[in-house]
Design a protein around this ligand. Sequence first.
Ligand code: XIL
Length: 503
Amino acid sequence: MTAGTAGAPRRGARGAARKRSTLAAAAAAAFVAVAASGGALVLAGPAAAATTLRAEAEADGRYFGVAVGQGDLGNGTATNVAGTQFDMVTPENEMKWDTIEPSNGSYNFGPGDAIVNFATSHNERVRGHNLVWHSQLPGWVTSLPLSQVKAAMEAHITTEVSHYKGKIYAWDVVNEPFNDDGSFRQDVFYNAFGGGAAYIADALRTAHAADPNAKLYINDYNIEGSGAKSDAMYNLAQTLLQQGAPLNGIGFESHFIVGQVPSSLASNMQRFTALGLDVAVTELDDRMQTPASSANLQQQATDDANIVKVCLANAHCPGVTQWNISDADSWVPGTFSGWGAATMFDGNYQPKAAYNAVLAALAGGSVPPPSTPPPTTSSPPTSPPPTSPSATASTPASGTCQVSDAINAWNNGLTANITVTNNSGTAINGWSLAFTLPSGQSLVSAWNATITPASGAVTATNLGYNASIPAGGTVSFGFQVSHTGNTSAPASFTLNGTACTSG
Ligand code: XIL
């Protein structure tokens, strides 16, 4: 695979059970080529490029992201790595409050736009970072009378999210709301709303109103393993979901020290995703004292590969983002004196042992995320069911679709994950699944499909990437509703006008 084709997503996720599939074997062979060359080939030019983080992540149905700052854009070596190895970009500072709205009501989108343009021109998506944070907050906000902070926060969110509407995969709506002991930071937003989760719920609702398709996250550090701060985030997430707030995910920043990745990372991630949330690794770096020892660089390779494996093992971990492109532009040495070497690329933008270990982890298989259509090769190797004479490419015959659901309910909300199986014997290209939401249930958010209207008789329609359901294949999507006590499952499924069996 050349650098030029690396951005094209491979169809389907690598399932753990298919570890030795042709696809994975090819990727593994490509990795051997990279490893044998010491990784230098990856940066040596298109003819020699073997594979990339983004290509391997996409084959797993994931992204691999990177934080890019405006200063990086003028550095050709940096942009070459950022533009070929990654498929998601987080602006390092350019969407923070002090850059976007340095004085009340006066907005400066130039630096953020430059990062978005860089991402778009390299076929990369963007994580918006961030809307509400106690840090990098201009003095005019903290000087406002508390009675004016809510309006200022809502105006800031609405203006920024509207400006970038349709261009942002996910927003870190609230950044770092907790102290390390799990108490809320008593910043100006917390105080203006009278404490508790109120400002966070309001920020989420305001962002959702401005761009209903962006995923909305709360992001923090020292919540990656179990502990008081992680418990506080878990309780906050539960509270917000119970209130019907439009929360889609939690960001585990993951600023680690070599050898100190929490052993509870996987189980902690799992308890959050069991709430119906995504968990992304949003700011990965793994620092060591400098100059780096070879033992620490090896430990870093182990750490980074393990973190990636934890993400791949959780269907609701959509991807990993490294904070900064290389050790040359990392924020670590400037923030933690005497520490550095925290990324997968060295001070000359060359791949380190950690890079090769992460590529190997990505090539080693994954639990397919629900957002990824199953590969056609996963169909049982038996002859397909007979094709009904009335079946067409887009309209299966009666009884040829089957729908199952998994409901996760709490006092006044629930999530539903729906799987549709196409038993028609013919591929479906473009699908609409009509069904009924039980009374009292009202849609809060949906994933992997568009659902309208918000209650009653609704229709879920495919997105671009999951429009086709192979013969014998499945597609999955989900949604969150608020409810008033009725937690019944949706019913009366009709796929492209044909009734489905359910159960
Ligand atoms: C850091 C940037 O990398 C620095 O350039 C800046 O001086 C301070 O902020 N958690 C976050 C990021 O959410 O926004 C921070 O980024 C790193 C810690």
